[in-house]
Design a protein around this ligand. Structure first.
Ligand code: FES
Length: 357
């Protein structure tokens, strides 16, 4: 199981009014554990007002620079993002889990690839890491970025993107879309929708020529662009996305229905972790496996609790569960019996879940 390490905050830069880029100092003796791929994220843990909170934030630096930076946008009512933006100071210590995530493709310096990226708001953080790394390490590859923001002032990492554009002038293009400020070309006003995609794909970006596309933003945007790229012939392994903006509340209505239909049925749960078994009883449909196990004093890995990060992944050895959300699992993992325990609701009399596999 991945553990948390105490890391010192080396620097904090306000890159927009409501977004801070935090750099961590990673001591030499743990740098191996913190080796990362472009597009991966860090999970942070901190006690805020007496409650332990965990959040995952994408690394917005390139692994080539050996820098560990995350971008944290302040969300209205967001306790962790508010803490990072308003309270956290240089020299403070946070508990940080080593990098994780599947939002990347391997670098191949021999390849001449055409990439496209679609980002909205803070979705630029992993995308920036991806673009910088591929352009630097693959001298023949090109990148086109389609980036949606509300206003020019709210564009996160704008200076860094412009610097990349200057450095890789003939291999990197950026198309900014603004939703709350008028641009002179109507195409660049408002979100990316079907009509805009049609125009973009007929003019500045041939989807059939793309080797890989990366999408990071809200779910609706991801589905729209993913669908459109697939219709243009892109394979499943050529479209990569990272969902920003799902919450632990998604799927709650589905769970309520399940709880009502399984009322008064019980499940004997066994959790295997670190070679040790933990047994407890719970009502079927009443809660997810992870929360119930944590309430029974288990020490299990988790981060987003929203079905995205897959930190809580485990395998069902016996019994059945109903999954609420499963963004973080591949189809073949589901077929092999893997579940996201934060989204798995027991629906059988007995359930054995193994975290060690
Ligand atoms: S904790 Fe992130 S998917 Fe379960």
């Amino acid at each position: 199981m991945k553990s948390f390490y105490k890391l010192k905050v080396a620097d904090i830069q306000k890159v927009t009014q409501d977004c801070a880029v935090v750099s961590f100092e990673v001591p030499d003796d743990i740098q191996d554990a913190f080796t990362f791929k472009q597009g991966q994220y860090l999970t942070l843990k901190h006690d805020i007002n007496g409650e332990e909170l965990r959040r995952s934030y994408s690394l917005c630096s390139s692994p080539l620079d050996k820098e560990w930076k995350i971008g944290v946008k302040k969300i209205e009512g967001g306790r962790f993002s508010g803490f990072v933006n308003d309270v956290l100071q240089v020299g403070d210590t946070l508990e940080v889990m080593p990098p994780d995530g599947k939002f990347y493709v391997e670098i191949d310096s021999e390849q001449k690839r055409q990439y496209a990226a679609f980002a909205a708001g803070s979705g630029i953080t992993p995308i920036y890491s991806i673009i910088k790394t591929h352009l630097t390490a693959e001298p023949k590859s090109t990148f086109k970025l389609f980036f949606v923001n509300q206003t020019t002032a709210s564009i996160i990492l704008k200076e860094e993107l412009e610097a990349l554009k200057n450095q890789f002038m003939d291999r990197f293009e950026i198309f900014y879309f603004l939703t709350k400020e008028r641009r002179s070309v109507p195409l660049f006003n408002g979100r990316i929708d079907e009509e805009k995609l049609d125009i973009l794909f007929k003019t500045v970006c041939d989807p059939a020529a793309l080797d890989h596309s990366f999408i990071c933003g809200p779910e609706a945007m991801i589905h729209l662009i993913d669908d459109r790229l697939r219709k243009s012939g892109a394979g499943k392994d050529q479209v990569h996305f990272e969902l920003f903006g799902t919450s632990a509340d998604a799927g709650k209505a589905q769970q309520k229905e399940l709880a009502a239909s399984l009322k008064d049925k019980h499940c004997k749960v066994t959790i295997i972790e670190g070679g040790v078994g933990l047994d407890f009883d719970m009502e079927q449909g009443s809660n997810n496996v992870l929360d119930e196990a944590l309430a029974n004093a288990a020490d299990l890995p988790f981060a987003c609790k929203g079905g995205v990060c897959a930190t809580c992944k485990a395998k069902v050895i016996e019994g059945d569960v109903k999954m609420l959300l499963s963004y973080g699992l591949e189809e073949d993992e589901k077929e092999q019996g893997f579940i996201l325990t934060c989204q798995a609701i027991p629906t059988s009399d007995k359930l054995v879940v193994d975290f060690d596999i």
